[in-house]
Design a protein around this ligand. Structure first.
Ligand code: ARG
Length: 261
């Protein structure tokens, strides 16, 4: 995670961002800290990547890379405003030790558009707005896992992690309307037992969640969606990230998951 000490809506690269919208940075830091504390309370270890002045979106750490079994496929951001973030993430993995970092040649925004299902050894990957399909092929070569390409069609859900999340080893949750008709068929074929979300759930950033297989950290606004998680046997833990939503992100965007070897 990277603290929102320099968070700002300084440019508009997704429909949620309004450059004229004031941001309460202290409040953003408090909300981010509550998320970090919630992760610690659940027994996770959290590495903090220092924020960098001039990189106002760096709080969205999920976009910095994508790791599977100790191999890290680096990010290459679509927009110049964020491109330097990739170097900070690369430096983290290279100095931490134990990771094999592979620099990308293709545009991809890390875990924003890549998800991993450990129980099936499968990578799910989004394209349409940020990550390019050539990066899906590159990720498959780098990580040695099959990549299922999914096309996003609704610009409000511009990253895969705004429309789909992994709940446990086998199961996913998603909002079908964010995907092309063909990608919806692919998801229905591969994951018939998914927890389905509706448009309101997705707009409340409910799908931008982090799950440990039972406890699911989920945006507070997504109350109806949290009830669906409960009905499916999970334990939702609400987290208020309203300030960061002004940048177009919530829980998952703030957390880069480290899948060690
Ligand atoms: N303002 C950021 C952008 O548009 C938000 C990124 C959200 N991160 C995510 N993993 N969905 O790039």
């Amino acid at each position: 995670m990277s603290p929102p000490e320099h968070f700002l809506v300084a440019y508009e690269i997704n429909p949620w961002m309004r450059a004229d919208q004031p941001v309460d940075r202290d409040r953003a830091v408090r909300q981010w800290d509550a998320l970090r504390t919630a992760l610690l309370d659940l027994g996770h270890h959290v590495h903090v990547l220092p924020s960098v002045a001039g990189l106002p979106d760096m709080v969205f750490a999920a976009n910095g890379a994508f790791s599977v079994d100790g191999i890290v496929y680096g990010a290459r951001f679509k927009y110049a405003e964020r491109s330097a973030e990739a170097d900070a993430h690369r430096a983290f993995y290279e100095s931490a030790g134990g990771w094999k970092f592979v620099p990308p040649t293709q545009i991809n925004e890390g875990e924003g558009d890549f998800a991993y299902l450990p129980g099936r050894g499968l990578i799910l990957a989004g394209h349409g707005f940020r990550t390019e399909t050539a990066a899906h092929a590159e990720a498959q070569e780098v990580l040695g896992r099959p990549v299922v390409s999914l096309r996003l069609v609704d610009e409000r859900f511009y990253h895969l992690d705004t429309a789909l999340a992994v709940l446990d080893d086998q199961r996913i949750t998603y909002y079908p309307g964010a995907f092309s008709a063909s990608s919806q068929r692919v998801l229905a074929q591969l994951f018939p037992d998914s927890v389905l979300a509706d448009e309101a759930d997705a707009l409340a950033f409910g799908l931008n969640l982090v799950s440990d297989g039972h406890n699911v950290l989920v945006n507070t606004e997504a109350t109806a969606y949290a009830d669906k998680l409960t009905a499916a046997g999970y334990h939702p833990v609400p987290v208020d990230l309203s300030e960061l939503k002004k940048g177009g992100g919530s829980v998952k965007c703030c957390v880069a998951e480290l899948r060690a070897a």
